[in-house]
Design a protein around this ligand. Structure first.
Ligand code: PEP
Length: 257
């Protein structure tokens, strides 16, 4: 199943793990996956563990990501973290527009766009999440919803898509154990790529990696990634246990190798 776009698997640890636990998880992932080259691996610990996990990953292939950032460069934004601060900790990526940010913290498409713009200006590669709610899927609005989210998130940034990863995460599949079938996910990924082609051009759209997220686990990761337009996985729950996460990446690497 060799593909033109290199596979990527990112673990989003959300608001979990003490610094000690995060280091231990990162150490295992680093040790077990440092030899494989088929899959790009990204770890996204909470802010409090970024520095310590960054130190564990410093010598290897595994990259560090934050889960959020502020859209301004600096200033009076109590409790917030800037893109420059993340770069300072050697983050390469930042997850933006996760549905939990959108639903619990009122993040709009416009905010996601401002954050993406600041991330790119600061040398971070955003992983921009889009996805429909269950209601929207049932109302047959999935394609329109992701198109609107994507178009808004990329406004003014279309010529920088080479530095952007996308993640399709149907809200109804996040943390619920419900996964989109490979066919359902592929349909939306193909649509996302066609929207990208209209926003940019065909060749730029072909180069962008689109990850799938929503209850990805050992049992379904390979089949999902076998779909033509699914280039990676954004993994929440199943990334919190080292063995499980490592096994997911290794099974993919075996399939790709
Ligand atoms: C996520 O948080 O991005 C996610 C996909 O979570 P889970 O894998 O637990 O559904």
């Amino acid at each position: 199943m060799k593909k033109f776009r290199k596979a990527v698997v990112a673990g989003n640890w959300k608001m979990n793990k003490s610094v000690k636990e995060a280091v231990s998880l990162a150490e295992t992932v680093h040790r077990e996956l440092s030899d494989q080259r088929d899959v790009d691996v990204i770890l996204s610990p909470p802010f409090t563990a970024l520095q310590a996990v960054g130190e564990v990953l410093a010598e290897g292939q595994i990259k560090l990501s934050a889960q959020n950032m502020h859209w301004e460069k600096d200033g009076a934004y109590t409790g917030e973290v800037s893109a420059a601060m993340l770069r300072d900790l050697y983050c390469r990526y930042v997850i933006l527009g996760h549905s939990e940010r959108r639903s619990h913290f009122g993040e709009t498409d416009e905010i996601v766009n401002r954050k993406a713009s600041m991330a790119l200006q600061s040398g971070l590669e955003p992983i921009i999440c889009v996805g429909e709610s269950l209601e929207q899927r049932e109302a047959d609005e999935t394609m329109d919803v992701v198109e609107t989210q994507l178009t808004a998130a990329l406004a003014g940034l279309e010529n920088q898509v080479a530095k952007i990863n996308l993640a399709y995460e149907p809200v109804w599949a996040i943390g619920t154990g419900l996964t989109a079938t490979p066919r359902q996910a592929q349909e939306v990924h193909a649509h996302i790529r066609s929207v990208l082609a209209t926003l940019t051009d065909e060749s730029a759209s072909q180069a962008v990696r689109i990850q799938y997220g929503g209850s990805v686990k050992i049992e379904n990761i390979v089949e999902l990634l076998q779909q033509e337009d699914i280039d990676g996985a954004l993994v929440g729950g199943a990334s919190l246990e080292a063995r499980t996460f490592v096994q997911m990446v290794l099974s993919l690497s075996e399939e790709l190798g």
